[in-house]
Ligand binder design. Structure first.
Ligand code: SAH
Ligand code: SF4
Ligand code: F3S
Length: 491
């Protein structure tokens, strides 16, 4: 008998990929996805600990399930991911009806654990070793990369896929919980990554996004050859079917010239670089232990500008970090005005117990000040994003079509053939235009007629109808896709 699975995902792209893979492994066990907790036999939360807010959201969702579990004790409730690794038994204490707590390094165990619990087994806790709980190699081994075979139906679009090239992080920025919950930095062997990408290309995937917390720190030696991220990109570029290659997130200090040369030279490589600077004040960068100065970051931006034509850079910022003065904040505003990022993700500092930042510095910037700085920086960034999108008016751009736009999904047009579509340019700008479902997955020329801070609006350039556009085959309905991202909150 088929069983029903409900999954909710918060956090970063790593978690989105983990959820895709967990769902794929449970589908092999006969599970089908449902989009409501009522019908579900198993309810899973794939969690994030990067800020308090992400944790609060999951604890409230768990609270709402108390009655459901009381009326149906057979429902299995599981907490996966970074908060499972961070809070461990505390989750059982706060929500005693949880059956399953599994850290990000143990996700391969999920199907077996659910089977055992369904058969009447005890609640289970499976997590990896903490960063001080053993030798480096023991800790590394306890964080297993979870990359089984892929399931194209479980992606929001079959034409795009995340591919993990690294797990963990060794940078230990003082505010950040990721190194403790995701474990030591480990690069996957290039042969495995290439096999996975080849399989994805064979399934019709056109864009791959390489994932790592500091993706440009990638290095792996295999059969005596040392591979850097640039080497990997050159190899992936050879794969037929793959049209675009992106990679996130970059660490400023590891933005080497060989990588910039690959980005500039290779036509399939997206000209988009996400390189978070976090602050424009050297005093804050030092406290954050980011390992570079604002001058280093400027020098890196100059190199990108010199080498990569039509590039777009985006950044993350933390406002209200411990001891941040108005003067420090103004330096951040200046950097944003000067560097004109395509966009910026701005976060209010959230103290994370167990980090060096929490131990060393008081969280002393009041919440209202954090909020005000967040809004001010966002306003500066939005004005820049809007102004820098204006030169696109009248220009033709190549758009890889991802699917119906958010607006058309909301308007319940999901089944209509004529829909508003959304896709991205080579520099990762979002483009919205009217089109036909059959165009999803194609790369189309689109002329831009309007733009705001976040979106370009365009019309498809009418072309001579070639055989690929004029197909006599019946229009097949898209597979009945349950969007695992329905509940995903980016960043
Ligand atoms: N590995 C990536 C991203 C890590 S998490 C990197 O190094 O850039 C994504 C973003 O969340 C970070 O870039 C940072 O801006 C933000 N962040 C991390 N810890 C945070 C905290 N304690 N409070 C607020 N924002 C935080
Ligand atoms: Fe966190 Fe810093 Fe590692 Fe990014 S590089 S995951 S911010 S510790
Ligand atoms: Fe959150 Fe874990 Fe990603 S803490 S940001 S889901 S690595």
């Amino acid at each position: 008998m088929t069983k029903k699975l409900y999954i909710e995902t918060v956090g970063c792209q790593m978690n989105v990929l983990d959820s895709e893979l967990v769902v794929a492994s449970l589908r092999k066990e006969g599970y089908e996805l449902t989009d409501n907790t009522r019908d579900a036999d198993t309810i899973l939360f794939n969690t994030c600990s990067v800020r308090q807010h992400a944790e609060d959201k999951i604890y409230s969702a768990l609270g709402r399930l108390k009655n459901a579990k009381q009326s149906n004790p057979k429902k299995i409730i599981g907490v996966l991911g970074c908060m499972a690794q961070k809070d461990q038994r505390l989750i059982f204490e706060r929500a005693p009806y949880v059956d399953l707590i599994v850290g990000p390094g143990q996700l391969h165990q999920v199907p077996q654990l659910i089977k055992e619990i369904s058969a009447g087994g005890e609640p289970r806790l499976e997590v990896s070793l903490g960063r001080k709980d053993g030798s480096r190699s023991d800790i590394e081994e306890s964080h297993e990369s979870f990359d089984p075979l892929r399931d194209p139906e479980m992606r929001p679009t079959p034409y795009q896929a995340y591919v993990r090239i690294m797990i963990g992080c060794d940078k230990f920025c003082t505010y950040c919980i990721v190194p403790s919950v995701r474990g030591p930095e480990q690069s996957r062997p290039p042969s495995q990554i290439l096999t996975e990408a080849r399989q994805l290309a064979g399934e019709g995937c056109k864009e791959i996004v390489l994932l790592g917390q500091t993706v440009n720190s990638y290095q792996h030696t295999e059969n005596g050859r040392r591979w850097r991220l640039s080497d990997l990109i050159y190899a992936l570029h050879e794969l037929a079917g793959i049209e675009r290659i992106k990679f996130v997130t970059n660490y400023p200090k590891d933005m080497t010239d060989d990588l910039l040369a690959a980005v500039a030279e290779l036509p399939k490589c997206s000209k988009y670089l996400h390189v978070p600077v976090q602050s424009g004040s050297n005093r804050m960068l030092e406290r954050m232990k980011r390992g570079y100065t604002v001058e280093d970051y400027r020098e890196m931006m100059d190199r990108i500008r010199d080498r990569v034509p039509d590039f777009a850079v985006t950044s993350d910022f933390i406002v209200g970090f411990c001891g941040e003065t108005e003067g420090d904040f103004q330096l951040t505003c200046e950097l944003v005005r000067e560097q004109r990022f395509k966009n910026s993700f701005i976060f209010k500092y959230s103290e994370r117990p167990g980090t060096r930042g929490a131990d060393l510095f008081p969280d002393d910037v009041p919440e209202e000040v954090k909020k005000r700085r967040n809004n001010e920086l966002l306003a500066i960034q939005n004005a820049i994003s809007e102004a820098d999108n204006q030169p696109f008016l009248g220009r033709e751009v190549d758009v890889l079509v991802e699917g119906p736009s958010k607006a058309s999904v909301k308007q319940q047009e999901a089944d209509a053939q004529q829909v508003q579509l959304t896709g991205r340019t080579m520099c990762d700008r979002i483009v919205v235009f009217d089109g036909n479902r059959r165009q999803i997955g194609q790369t189309l020329p689109v002329t831009i007629y309007d733009a705001n801070a976040h979106t370009l609006f365009g019309t498809v350039v009418t072309q001579h109808v070639g055989p690929e556009l004029f197909s006599l085959e019946p229009i097949s309905k898209p597979p009945n896709r349950v969007n695992i991202l329905k509940n995903f909150i980016p960043k």
